[in-house]
Design a protein around this ligand. Structure first.
Ligand code: CO
Length: 220
């Protein structure tokens, strides 16, 4: 098989760092005395689905101090739950109906670049169309956001409101609502990470049934 040699020394060094990191991980798996890491090859039974931002500073496992096998993860720019996103819906369906997760956390984070970009009028490329979903959230709450003078606080408040909206979007899917018809052990939570401290802050936006969704949204 053809293998491209990395000729650029900086590129090569950077790639070797990734491989060296994996060598370290392989050692940890081999030396794990609990046996948990070796057992991962047999299957997974995570209790949590994490829907977070793609930002490199908010990895689900580190934030929740969990091991591989404990969190099923979907991440995208600004932790969006877009009704027609087949990628998100597929992850959600598998997590809810096959893995039978008990908790779904939509995890936003303060200082989110996606939310910040959505609050500007600048063009960033194709992502502008994705960010329009966040601009929609701003539109629902423009009075509140516009009243905040501090730019950082403006972004952080929209981060919170966006999480609330994405939790609502998740709960209105047929996937989550049908799961609630079948079982009473599925909760959807809205949370925000404070990157400066690592703290996962509960926004107390939690749904365990479709009662609070309103007439049009709650399916029969
Ligand atoms: Co972000």
């Amino acid at each position: 098989m053809y293998k491209k040699q990395l000729e650029n020394p900086i590129l090569k060094a950077s790639f070797e760092k990734i491989l060296a990191g994996n060598e370290e991980w392989v050692k940890q798996v081999k030396e794990d005395t609990t046996g948990k890491l070796q057992q991962l090859a047999q299957g997974q039974s995570p209790e949590l689905l994490w829907i977070g931002c793609a930002d490199s500073r908010v990895p689900a496992n580190q934030i929740t101090n969990t091991l591989p096998g404990e969190v099923f993860v979907h991440r995208n720019i600004a932790n969006m739950c877009v009704h027609s996103d087949m990628n998100m819906l597929s992850v959600l369906d598998y997590a809810v109906n096959v893995l039978k997760v008990k908790h779904i956390i939509v995890a936003g984070h303060y200082g989110c670049g996606g939310v910040s970009a959505a609050l500007s009028r600048n063009q960033f490329g194709i992502i502008d169309n994705w960010l329009c979903h966040i601009k929609d959230v701003y539109r629902f709450h423009s009075d509140e956001i516009d009243a905040i003078e501090d730019e950082v606080q403006k972004v952080n408040r929209l981060v919170e409101l966006n999480v609330a909206e994405q939790v609502f979007n998740l709960c209105t899917t047929s996937i989550v609502q049908n799961a609630w018809k079948e079982r009473n052990d599925l909760a959807v939570h809205g949370m925000v990470i404070d990157i400066a401290t690592g703290k996962l802050i509960d926004l107390n936006i939690t749904f365990t049934d479709s009662l609070g969704l309103g007439k049009v949204f709650a399916f029969k």
